[in-house]
Write a protein that binds this ligand. Sequence first.
Ligand SMILES: [Zn+2]
Ligand SMILES: [Zn+2]
Ligand SMILES: [Zn+2]
Length: 100
Amino acid sequence: MMTNSLESQCSHLDQIGDFPSGQTVCPQCVEMGDRWVHLRQCLVCGHVGCCDNSKNTHATKHFHASDHPLLRSLEPGDSWIWCYEDEVIIDGHPAGKNQK
Ligand SMILES: [Zn+2]
Ligand SMILES: [Zn+2]
Ligand SMILES: [Zn+2]
């Protein structure tokens, strides 16, 4: 059993890969000719999808299809990570710190 200490809010952080953060579109929405509200990026494989305020919720669909629990916001100024499994927001995690 996992303890629920503050230090280990999320047990998936070691799955985070190294991805460019320069995407500005949801590719699946573009393909459908649809629009999105905010962009989210899967931190396990780098997939880019749209947020739950968007009609197509591609980021959440990606989680259900892939079991990749971690995503971050691609919105300028946002630095949080969301874990679907643990349902926690990790604020200011330095994922993507290598972005130029
Ligand atoms: Zn987690
Ligand atoms: Zn989308
Ligand atoms: Zn993924």
